[in-house]
Design a protein around this ligand. Structure first.
Ligand code: C2E
Ligand code: MG
Ligand code: MG
Ligand code: MG
Length: 287
């Protein structure tokens, strides 16, 4: 009891220790041993090339099963990992799992890995990536780094030189969540992105929003003129698929084609795609 302290009590229980705060603390402390305790897995979601109907890349998506909280969404725990200084080790682990998986896939299938803004302000990402590529026998051209546009907003000169360095190494860069930031068009001008991902918020209403449809069409035309591929993210329905096709998107990612799946399931799917269809026998793997 603090009664004896002459009324100068410090209220430590309010307003901070409500449920959300406790949960954040639980997530933060849980993340500290999550790698060690083997609580993470990586799932892979195919990105389909609309011209060929085949998988162009798979995006590595991290999953975490907390012993008490159960499945925690990456949208929830990634920001915590960033602020707790844990994102470097986690990303290194995801990169390794992703490249190990992709090493089993056909050589023309890419692997896309999300890279946290925080890591583009440090020095060790290129080294981590080179080590991972060497250890897994992957070539740089198959690895695509997904960077959300908010990262580039702060115009950090270090981020700039790091991105250039990654490009020089032969890595592909993808501008993720395109359209959600503030100066997407500026980024397209300053960076040689190989791909932009149109955020799923634009795809959601594409069926009944002529405006969204027009915006997507314009973005696709712009990207084409800059020789940048476009991915429509979050395509769930046949209607959305035909709309993004009409708009000229080159690739599609979403539940309509495939949900995130295990490495083994992805490998099986990719092997199936390589098999010849019915009809005249095709020679597979002739590149
Ligand atoms: P993101 O990079 O934009 O990833 C796409 C998200 O959309 C994924 O959510 C995916 O499961 C979801 N998605 C795909 N198709 C559909 C669809 O048809 N409908 C709907 N409603 N959603 C779809 P997820 O896996 O929950 O990841 C959320 C975010 O967490 C990611 O957004 C990414 O920013 C971050 N994240 C996930 N894994 C990693 C990681 O390894 N490292 C980092 N730094 N961030 C990660
Ligand atoms: Mg992504
Ligand atoms: Mg995205
Ligand atoms: Mg997103």
């Amino acid at each position: 009891h603090a009664k004896n302290e002459g009324g100068k009590r410090v209220q430590i229980f309010e307003p901070f220790m409500h449920e959300d705060f406790l949960m954040l603390r639980q997530i933060e402390s849980g993340l500290t041993d999550a790698l060690e305790n083997d609580e993470f897995t990586v799932l892979f979601q195919p990105i389909i090339d609309l011209a060929t109907g085949r998988t162009k890349s798979c995006e590595a998506l991290l999953r975490w099963k907390h012993p008490e909280l159960g499945d925690v969404s990456p949208a929830m725990f990634i920001p915590v990992a960033e602020s707790a200084g844990l994102i470097g080790d986690i990303t290194e682990w995801v990169l390794r799992k992703a490249c190990e998986a992709a090493a089993e896939w056909p050589e023309d299938v890419h692997i896309s890995v999300n890279i946290s803004p925080a890591l583009l302000k440090q020095n060790n990402l290129p080294v981590t990536i080179i080590e991972t590529l060497v250890n897994t026998g992957m070539v740089a051209r198959r690895l695509e780094l997904e960077i959300t546009e908010s990262v580039l907003l702060d115009k950090n000169p270090h981020t700039n030189s790091l991105l250039r360095q990654l490009q020089k190494m032969g890595l592909r860069l993808c501008l993720d969540d395109f359209g959600t930031g503030f100066s997407s068009l500026t980024y397209l001008r300053s960076w040689e992105f190989d791909t932009i991902k149109i955020d799923k918020s634009f795809i959601r209403n594409i069926g009944n929003s002529p405006t969204d449809q027009k915006i997507i069409g314009a973005v696709v035309q712009l990207a084409k003129s800059l020789d940048v591929a476009t991915v429509a993210e979050g395509v769930e329905t046949e209607e959305q698929l035909s709309r993004v096709r009409e708009a000229g998107c080159s690739r599609v990612q979403g539940y309509y084609y495939a949900r995130p799946m295990t490495a083994a399931q992805a490998t099986e799917r990719l092997v199936q795609e390589e098999l010849p269809d019915d009809g005249p026998l095709k020679i597979v793997n002739q590149r």
